[in-house]
Design a protein around this ligand. Sequence first.
Ligand code: DAH
Length: 338
Amino acid sequence: MKTKLEEIKLAAKAALDAEDCDTEQVRIQYLGKKGELTALLRSMGSLSPEERPIIGQLANEVRTYIEEAIAQKKSEEGAKALEKKLIEERIDVTLPSKKPSVGTRHPLAITQRKLENIFQTMGFDIVHGPEVEYDYYNFKALNIPENHPARDTQDTFYITDNILLRSQTSPVQARVMEKQKPPIRIISPGRVYRSDAVDATHSPMFHQLEGLVIDKNITMSDLKGTLDTFAKTMFGEETNVRFRPHHFPFTEPSAEVDVSCFVCKGKGCRLCKGEGWIEILGAGMVHPNVLRICGIDPEEYSGFAFGMGIERIVMIKYGIDDMRYLYENDVRFLKQFS
Ligand code: DAH
């Protein structure tokens, strides 16, 4: 039995040393329930009482020997597997990383900032008014009569009889004049709403920028000078400004203001539709009625106001011929303005 134990020990060792050794299989073969060593131990009952402890001790030694050899083998295999995995899954940390995709500012936001900047440079403050507005500020305080077509429910989104979505940024004029003593020099950009169907040049929501200056001795030449500076900064040094007579209820006199086409320099092209001029805003001298309604004495103060559509400025400046591009959020379009 002693020789048998020695044989088992050597055989197990040889099996573990073999090139294609399956360690678990070796464990089952020698130490498993039906393993060779286990079988031998079972037959120990046939030994004499003197032999039993000697063989027993030897058998335990062989078992411990095999167990340790297997544990050693398994730990070697584990280390090898880990090393293989590390090599296979190696990451080259020096490779350039994936660039995070960074958004760009919307052309409307870019243009609004630019407009704000131009007027801030001229000393204008930026103020904001509510988009949900009283009929009073949107119409009445601006000298717009009860029967004016702009008041029609067809054009304006009414919330109640006297609350609506503002159809222009002009109500901010009245709000500022009510609160602030002249001198006043403000611009007010923001959203406005009109009940218009969507097409290439219309949207039920769009943006305007309002301007208002009130002080002593403000004249039409101040308005012209201001808009001339604005146009040259926005569209280029060679840009000229033209005033055409017009009517707005809140200004007198009123004008529609054009800039000379900065693409063809006035010769006539696709952008200016052959005119050489592009209409960009409405303006005028603040109507005495408006000043009075807002608590400012028209004998003492005068002022000018203007209002422009920001979408229109964006479209002219970037040569965009359909307003819907500005609201569709197509990244291919928006990326071009980074
Ligand atoms: N509120 C006008 C509109 O929506 C634009 C406008 C014209 C504003 C003349 C003004 C102005 O302040 O003086 O069409």
